[in-house]
Design a protein around this ligand. Structure first.
Ligand code: PHE
Length: 346
């Protein structure tokens, strides 16, 4: 039997390099592994092999099969390359150096994301992630976002078909799936899994039905921050954001909190910063994130006692930070995969 297998493998190795067409290949392949092929015959004979010989013979057959498949794969590769060359008119030499030999680097958005995540890691935050497909519960209800909030409208968010099933995200009854509109859903998922103290940042992709223009994209990235413990105060939030801004935009940068509203924080703020070292954008207040103290209703939704714990949360667009840092004035450049743009950040 081993001898037969060796003969088959040797024959395949000898014959396949000479195969020139698909038809030739199919005909030859049939004689080996087709229903009446020699290798198929041997495999069919396995039933009659005595039990004690089965493991050894099975192994030998498997090895032969793999050798044969490898030779066949090489034939297919060769045929495909020849077909492509015939189509293009010249032979392709994949060993020639690329005309552009600069090495790839992280995408500029990823570079800024990494810089931000590293900064928060150094002051004790860990990284949390969750799914991009969400149920309305995690994206809205648990965050105290009411039914008539504009984000819940079909006009503003990408809902998925009702009959879709998503294995790792559960939903109930009439609830719908959608693409998450912000990373705040990760606050909920994290607090359900982890008892306080919780100190996380959650970078991730978000989706909104915006008409694309210089500052809007239907697909963008955010970083969420959440800190929950006993005695967390607004001062902790302000100090953390000051540190963030000074590290990213320069030691002379200043921050200010302006009263705002989010259903999941109370009080809520927009944070602006001001830096003298930003070229064209110097000496202007620039709005970069929403933040506030976690609303007690959110704590109740995840079973954390708001009488015992307090917390702060913030969320910002990574593209917005990247555009300021990198002096990019149109968000669409980030998604066009134009090497002339990307190379500037290598
Ligand atoms: N989720 C808010 C947004 O997308 C930002 C935010 C996060 C605000 C956390 C407050 C607290 O606009």
């Amino acid at each position: 039997m081993q001898k037969d297998l060796n003969t088959i493998v040797a024959n395949v190795r000898e014959k396949t390099p000479a195969i020139k067409t698909r038809a030739e290949f199919e005909a030859y392949k049939a004689t080996i592994s087709g229903p009446r092929g020699v290798l198929t015959d041997i495999m069919k004979g396995m039933g009659k092999v005595p039990k004690e010989d089965k493991p050894a013979i099975g192994k030998a057959i498997n090895e032969a099969k793999m050798a044969v498949e490898a030779a066949f794969a090489t034939v297919i590769e060769g045929l495909e390359a020849a077909e492509l060359a015939a189509k293009i008119g010249t032979a392709i030499d994949p060993t020639l150096p690329s005309p552009d030999s600069t090495r790839g680097t992280l995408h500029p958005i990823s570079q800024v994301r990494e810089e931000m995540v590293d900064l928060f890691r150094r002051i004790g935050f860990s990284v949390a992630e969750a799914t991009e497909v969400e149920s309305e519960h995690y994206c809205f209800d648990a965050l105290n976002i009411p039914a008539d909030h504009p984000a819940r409208d079909m006009q503003d968010s990408y809902y998925l078909p009702d009959d879709l099933s998503v294995n790792n995200v559960s939903k109930e009854g009439e609830e719908k799936y959608l693409l998450r509109t912000h990373t705040s859903s990760v606050q909920i998922r994290t607090m359900l899994k982890q008892k306080p103290p919780v100190r996380i940042v959650a970078p991730g992709r978000c989706f909104r039905r915006d008409t694309p223009d210089a500052t809007h994209s239907a697909n963008f990235h955010q970083i969420e921050g959440l800190y929950v413990d006993k005695d967390v105060t607004l001062l902790d939030l302000k100090a953390t954001l000051d540190h963030f801004v000074k590290t990213i935009f320069g030691p002379k940068a200043k921050t200010r909190l302006r009263p705002s509203f989010f259903p999941f924080t109370e009080p809520s703020f927009e944070m602006d910063f001001f830096s003298p070292d930003l070229g064209k954008l110097s000496n202007k207040w620039l709005e970069i994130m929403g933040c506030g103290m976690v609303d007690p209703k959110v704590f109740k939704a995840v079973g954390i006692d708001p009488e015992v714990y307090t917390g702060y949360a913030f969320g910002m667009g990574i593209e917005r930070i990247a555009m300021i840092l990198q002096g990019v004035d149109d968000i669409r450049y980030y998604y066009q995969n134009d090497v002339r743009f990307l190379k500037q950040f290598a």
